[in-house]
Design a protein around this ligand. Structure first.
Ligand SMILES: *Cc1c(COP(=O)(O)O)cnc(C)c1O
Length: 395
């Protein structure tokens, strides 16, 4: 766990992305070092005792203290504008650590229905086993959120823009609802990253990341993070990580912190290409619908313009002809990689109904709006005209 570096306010996003969290060692290295060590040596027995008791800060054991991981945590905390960040082994372990660290049996979650498939299963198959119930509501229906809240509700969970339909939720309004009920608003900020959206500034209490996606940005490592206040993340979530151990490795932390250095310019490039592709897709007769917050036809285009500084790199669209047509298009592309990952320099294309959302029941899928003709593209950094030509060939 790390607290945001003090003395950095006033710096721009890109400066923090390149510089925050680095503490140069006596070797005077320019780039951040990787510390592949499981434990640390104390000068004497009394120093060891002071570390373990918490009387003295410092490294103890890499399950919960590692300098490379700490650099990543401080950098991401600075970018999200949070006091504290806890890095985790994956995005799913970030969500699990958040729920397990902050909730107890008998507590209740209200969640958007349009969330990552594994997050739905975490809530329904695992948290449920330990007496934590979840009610699912439509992301854009504030009245439904309000109605679903119970006296024992402690957490509101939202992913915005959502996967794969890019629906946009009103973070400030949801934060108000949560706080009126003594609950926390948790936002999965995977699709936007802090380069495009800063949920804490809009009133959210906790930000979740799958670092696997845009924070890495080049499809190399799996990791996650939880960002928020000292009280919430620094206590509850950090305590869970320290004891239960879904820890990020120092090597992965190094890959992610180098990824953060180019996050802003990468996100701007993803946004520019996605906008062009979405506008082109909209004009194709074989495409029934295009879901991209940057299109004026998107139902929450206005809200996205207000709460995001860019519309992101993910587009979903519906091909006429259902699953056979969607698979045919996917198989005909030559540049796009057929993989469920997203947030890579390489453009990826996937069929949500049979991959990311394939373990949901048909009813859950149709409630989430995942039709058989739906295709999701995570626009990478290739030349956009090549991508358009690739899809044109497929259609
Ligand atoms: C990928 C993803 C996750 C899970 O992250 P992992 O790193 O794969 O465990 C959670 N939320 C969203 C929105 C994602 O895209």
């Amino acid at each position: 766990m790390s607290e945001k570096q003090t003395g950095t306010p006033g710096f721009g996003f890109a400066t923090l992305a390149v510089r925050a969290g680095q503490h140069r060692t006596a070797e005077a290295e320019h780039a951040e070092p990787i510390f592949p060590t499981s434990s640390y040596v104390f000068e004497n027995a009394a120093a060891a005792a002071a570390r373990f008791s918490g009387a003295e800060p410092g490294n103890i054991y890499s399950r919960f203290t590692n300098p490379t991981v700490r650099t990543f945590e401080e950098r991401l905390a600075a970018l999200e504008g949070g006091e504290c960040c806890v890095a985790t082994a994956s995005g799913m372990s970030a969500i699990y650590a958040c729920c397990a660290g902050l909730l107890k049996s008998g507590d209740h979650i209200v969640s958007s229905r349009s969330i990552f498939g594994s997050t739905t299963l975490l809530f329904t198959n695992y948290l449920e086993k330990f007496g934590i119930q979840t009610s699912f509501v439509a992301l854009d229906d504030l009245a439904a959120w309000e109605q679903a809240i119970r006296p024992e509700t402690r957490l509101l969970f939202v992913e915005t823009p959502s996967n794969p339909l890019t629906e946009v939720g009103d973070i400030a309004a949801l934060a108000k609802l949560a706080h009126a009920q003594d609950s926390l608003l948790v936002v999965d900020n995977c699709f936007c990253t802090p380069a495009l959206q800063r949920p804490l500034a809009l009133g959210a209490d906790v930000v979740i990341h799958s670092a696997t996606k845009y924070l890495d940005g080049q499809g190399r490592c799996v990791g996650g993070a939880v960002v928020g206040s000292k009280d919430v993340v620094g206590q509850g979530v950090y305590g869970f990580l320290r004891t239960c151990g879904p820890t990020m490795s120092p090597f992965n932390a190094w890959v992610f912190l180098k990824g953060l250095e180019t996050l802003e310019i990468r996100m701007q490039a993803h946004c520019a290409s996605a906008q062009k592709l979405a506008e082109w897709l909209q004009e194709q007769p074989q495409i029934k619908a295009v879901y991209y917050p940057g299109l004026p036809s998107h139902p929450q285009h206005q809200l996205a313009s207000l709460q995001q500084s860019g519309f992101g790199g993910i587009i979903a669209f519906e091909v006429a002809g259902g699953q056979p047509a969607a698979w045919k298009l996917i198989d005909a592309t030559r540049i796009c990689s057929i993989t469920a990952n997203l947030g890579d320099t390489k453009t990826t294309i996937t069929h949500p109904a049979t991959t990311t959302h394939g373990r949901l029941t048909p009813e859950q899928r149709s409630e989430a709006g995942i039709s058989d003709g739906l295709v999701r593209i995570a626009v990478g950094l290739e030349t956009i005209d090549d991508l358009i030509a690739d899809l044109a060939g497929g259609l």
